[in-house]
Design a protein around this ligand. Structure first.
Ligand code: 6AU
Length: 262
């Protein structure tokens, strides 16, 4: 479903504010690339964010791996998001009961809800996790992705777990606008969940720790996903961050154009 619609057409019809912002951004910037910047130093994170900024629709962070985290890091990330026109996605993978995730999202050192446009959650605790995050995020205009399928070998996110995760999303479409998954999840023409897909690489198939990679074409054309998430394929070689960003951005966009023509 929605296979033949452009990002721009989908933006116009979408009821979720966060999905609309993302689809509009992808259309105007001609990119469906998200870069996962999984580095542990503030200066490196900011330098990569600045270098990949022109190529991405979403910059994905794991803020809790940064050794020298401070509030200035968040401030600078927000400045870069404005400078380069991208959304920030803190990949927090919340996984607790509603009351706990509410605090993890809004409070503590990181105060994720105050700066991250998008975050994600496992559905293993049941629907209360969505309600807890929604109480904090919806008034701020934030959006949530549910982890319906993981990219790693042996992941338990399959079958009924995935089906139930999609059903939960359907009941919270004001806040949940899509999934981290490996394939498209929509079942009718009216449904338009976005799928952001990690496990994307052009040169290797795995990392020796369970990660599994597919190409942008396999992800976008064959599986109908919307955004490719690339980490080490881009920041893995510090001298080639911009070249690799352009390479993945072009591969992702070419795959999208091919899908639109099908
Ligand atoms: O390209 P990589 O393998 O260097 O990085 C992939 C990134 C990492 C993971 O934490 C994340 O994507 N990820 C996720 C997300 C985005 O939620 C889910 C998943 O199933 N697999 C996965 O790798 O930052």
């Amino acid at each position: 479903m929605n296979t033949f619609k452009t990002y721009g057409e989908r933006a116009k019809a979408h009821s979720n504010a966060c999905a609309r912002s993302l689809l509009e951004l992808m259309e105007r910037k001609h990119t469906n690339l998200s870069v996962a910047v999984d580095v542990t130093k503030k200066a490196e994170l900011l330098s990569i964010a600045d270098a990949v900024g022109p190529y991405v629709c979403v910059l994905k962070t794991h803020i809790d791996i940064v050794d020298d985290f401070d509030q200035d890091l968040v401030h600078q990330l927000e400045q870069l998001a404005k400078k380069h026109d991208f959304l920030i996605f803190e990949d927090r993978k919340f996984a607790d009961i509603g009351n706990t995730v509410k605090h993890q999202y809004g409070n503590g050192i990181y105060k994720i809800a105050s700066w991250s446009h998008i975050t994600n959650a496992h559905t293993v605790p049941g629907e209360g996790i969505i309600q807890g995050l929604k109480d904090v995020g919806l008034p701020l205009g934030r959006g949530l992705l549910l982890l319906a399928e993981m990219s790693s070998k042996g992941a338990l996110t399959k079958g009924d777990y995935t089906t139930e995760s999609v059903a939960m999303a359907r009941r919270h479409q004001d806040f949940v606008f899509g999934f981290i998954a490996q394939q498209q999840m929509n079942q009718t023409d009216d449904e338009d969940f976005l799928v952001l897909t990690p496990g994307v690489g052009l040169d290797i198939k795995g990392d020796g720790m369970g990660q599994q990679y597919r190409t942008p074409r396999e992800v976008i054309v064959d599986s109908g996903c919307d955004v490719i998430i690339v980490g080490r394929g881009i920041y893995g070689n510090p001298d080639q961050v911009q070249e690799q960003s352009a390479r993945y951005r072009d591969a992702g966009w070419a795959a999208y154009l091919e899908r639109c023509q099908q």
